[in-house]
Design a protein. Structure first.
Length: 365
């Protein structure tokens, strides 16, 4: 059975080469061929000795997840569906803008956290993705988009905001991050790679120690009572603990602020009083807010806050001196907008089966 070299970061690849009697610089050469040049054919790695190429053909492969579908939005957004085996598929979104190209990457097949407003969470959870399946999304997107290592990057920013909770798949996520940052691979700036978390406090501390990148926190509520309902992990790591973890993270982060993501739900978390409560709970954290208009999905009990309500909420935050942006909804015509990624997940949690039973019971009462 061959080894998939996309599963190795630089250290892992060097160890693999050492095990087979090869020097570290050979590992760096192959790393560059795989990631900087997007090459999967060992025979095309022309500055590598023929004997090593033959050895690699017998021992290893470069195998990214295959693309099942490739959809285009009217606004230029592009959504890829990747086959990750055993009936599971994950979604990845490319968002082109005038000054950047952002790739939104998935880290799990499904999600175990079950946030009440998220389409991914409602379909349950199957498993963590491997390093090859995470970095392979970037590898494939670069290839399909026609990236040229000698030209300006098409993908300049990566956000781990796709399917899954990145910090619940810590080891694979960090190895993939290291490849994104490695100058022999993708060479992205730590400031241009963002991990989004729902608030796994101990793992936030580990990320700060091992691979600090830009941090976004899915906040979505100004108090523990409401956040317990919207983001159930809050019951384990409530807001005071989360805010303290954010401040610890900022001591090592490449940016001097945390981005708090806040989905706008009509009549749920969008009142003037809740905006002021949000300011109070985050007052000791250097932060900015990113307000996200809710993107409906079938079976969701929520509605998007009206535009005037989102504007008023933002005004209250900005009047208090906090940088606040409202995320432009992109790709909603192909279900590629924030919170809409669903892919295909064989649910090991039986969450979807329980939900069908619950709905059936309600309908038959």
């Amino acid at each position: 059975m061959t080894v998939n070299l996309l599963d190795f970061d630089a250290i892992g690849l060097a160890d693999f080469f050492a095990e087979h009697g090869e020097k570290p610089f050979r590992a760096r050469q192959v790393l560059r061929w795989m990631h900087r040049f997007g090459q999967s054919d060992f025979d095309a790695m022309t500055d590598i000795a023929k004997s090593l190429r033959e050895k690699l053909r017998s021992l290893a492969s470069v195998t990214p997840p295959s693309i099942v579908s490739d959809q285009f939005s009217d606004d230029g957004t592009r959504k890829f569906l990747f086959d990750v085996g055993d009936g599971n598929a994950v979604e990845t979104v490319f968002i082109p803008e005038d000054d950047r190209g952002t790739l939104c990457v998935s880290t799990q097949a499904g999600c175990a956290l079950d946030c009440s407003f998220c389409s991914t969470g409602k379909q349950g959870f199957n498993r963590n993705l491997t390093v090859a399946e995470i970095i392979g999304q970037l590898w494939q997107a670069n290839r399909v988009l026609g990236a040229d290592p000698a030209a300006e990057r098409i993908i300049s920013n990566v956000v781990l905001m796709g399917m899954g909770e990145p910090l619940a798949n810590f080891e694979s996520t960090v190895s993939a991050l290291r490849l994104m940052l490695d100058d022999n691979a993708y060479g992205l700036s730590r400031r241009r790679v963002t991990v989004s978390t729902s608030g796994l406090v101990p793992v936030m501390d580990r990320l700060a120690d091992e691979c600090p990148v830009a941090l976004a926190v899915s906040l979505h509520a100004p108090n523990d009572r409401l956040r317990d309902e919207l983001v159930p992990i809050n019951r384990k790591y409530p807001l005071p603990e989360l805010m303290a973890a954010c401040n610890r993270y900022l001591q090592k982060a490449p940016r001097d602020f945390v981005t708090f993501e806040y989905v706008m739900l009509d009549g749920v978390n969008d009142s003037d009083a809740q905006a002021r409560e949000l300011l109070a709970v985050t007052r000791k954290v250097s932060c900015k807010f990113n307000l996200i208009p809710f993107n409906p999905f079938p079976g969701s009990p929520y509605l998007r806050s009206p535009a005037h309500r989102i504007r008023r909420f933002a005004e209250i935050l900005m009047d208090a001196g906090v940088v606040t942006t409202t995320r432009k909804t992109r790709g909603d015509d192909i279900d590629a907008a924030c919170g809409q990624l669903a892919g295909q997940v064989l649910d090991k949690t039986r969450r979807t089966a329980r939900r069908i039973i619950d709905v059936h019971e309600v309908r038959t009462r």
